[in-house]
Design a protein around this ligand. Sequence first.
Ligand code: NAP
Length: 490
Amino acid sequence: MDLNKGAAPEGKKTITLIPGDGVGPECINAARRIIDAAGVSLEWEERQAGAGVFKLGIASGVPRDTIESIQKTRVVLKGPLETPVGYGQKSANVTLRKLFETYANIRPVREMPGVVTPYSGRGIDLVVVRENVEDLYAGIEHMQTPGVAQCLKLISRKGCEKVVRVAFELARAEGRKRVHCAGKSNIMKLTEGLLKRTFEEVAMEYPDLEAGHIIVDNCAHQLVKKPEQFDVIVTTNMNGDIISDLTSGLVGGLGFAPSANIGSDVAIFEAVHGSAPKYAGKDLINPTAVILSAVMMLRYLGEFSAAAAIEQAVLVTLEEGKARTGDVVGYDRGTPTSAYTDMIIANLGRRPQNGGVRHYKPLRLPKLPAAPDLVRAAARRVIGADIFVESSLSAEGLGSSLEQIVAESPFRLKMISNRGTKVYPSAGTSPDCVDHWRCRFVLRDEKGSLRDEQLLGLLAQISARHTWMHVEKLQEFDGETGFTMAQGED
Ligand code: NAP
């Protein structure tokens, strides 16, 4: 990657600086002052996003000149952005991450000297690598009936491969030993399973690193019981969102949790925390998470010694405890944000007595083909379709109506499920059904492949009697079944 593309005329690297909402400007100002004091020569291009922009009527919360600045500089240091309730549609944070395809969210936490937690002394030092643009956060939601909502959990092989490779490369760049994949493939065999299978394949290219899969709920349990066993954890978007807030809590809270959103072209550095509005403008907030996000940015830019100097100054400050923010010692006794920043600046050039800074090498980002379809199937077959029907009939009533409809057709009704559990033909169980039925039709010819006109014919027959709202083909790729069974389906 040519990071000089966004360089100012005199050769300085230009950074898009988004102060953000709430406590954002205070934290960003602290990080900027420290970087300047450390002697790193950066040009800052200040741009806006978030609440103020929503109020101007820009529905995305991200104005054109901010996008243009990022397209040019390709590196962003940002404060938190509020997601207003009542105006504006989507989170401006998620919009920024998605617009620039920052597919990996790197969230390190480490024990901080002088920050006493129930885990002090255990040497927690781990990184959560969260997939950042797919999964339930693709934001594809529908009300399928007036009372039943659906959110699509979209996971691609390409997305999995990119984030898994970042996790292994990060482990190597930071001299770490172990990578865990945390997921829920025991339940979601195709979506979460895709991450697990990709992880297991890619792991073979990294024999120098230990690799293991862990079920995400047990990962949460193990993180609370024995967090020091983890080094790097790679996971899907929502799992990573939750797990990484948990890991922040292990080391003293959101005030100490930095992050980097990394893509092939753009990187956005920000704290894990939000705009913490109740502390805004009071010179009270802990700016460490944003400062450490800026440290991650400096490493991304290749400024390794400045990054180490700033991280060491933060550690010295916390270790000596002459300046501690309110989240550590109580807000009635905390050092103001500005004075805490002054202390870090005064400590530049010093090293902590205990615990130092890792040796970092540049992170190698994966290079995958640009084609959208990373996986191709030599053979595919459509063996039937799931047709989702809204009906106030009982399972028996709907089942017998659909049996009549397909009696003379190439299809048979294999089963009906309600919220994933087979209810027709009845297995004698009694789920509390809602008016949202998945009706599974398969071709009577077990070797045949469903043609679209056959499916359209079936839909026309069903819509003469019932309301359908969604259709999903039942596909096989290279002989592998591309769908799961309902609970109780044989
Ligand atoms: P939040 O702003 O992260 O604040 C939640 C709590 O975390 C605070 O009340 C405070 O806890 C603690 N906290 C946050 N930042 C801290 C810091 N720097 N130092 C010490 N403690 C800190 O979460 P929220 O209240 O749920 O969200 C507020 C707004 O931020 C929402 O509009 C949300 O959408 C947005 N948000 C933005 C981002 C982002 O820009 N990336 C991320 C998350 C949320 P105590 O009350 O215990 O002191």
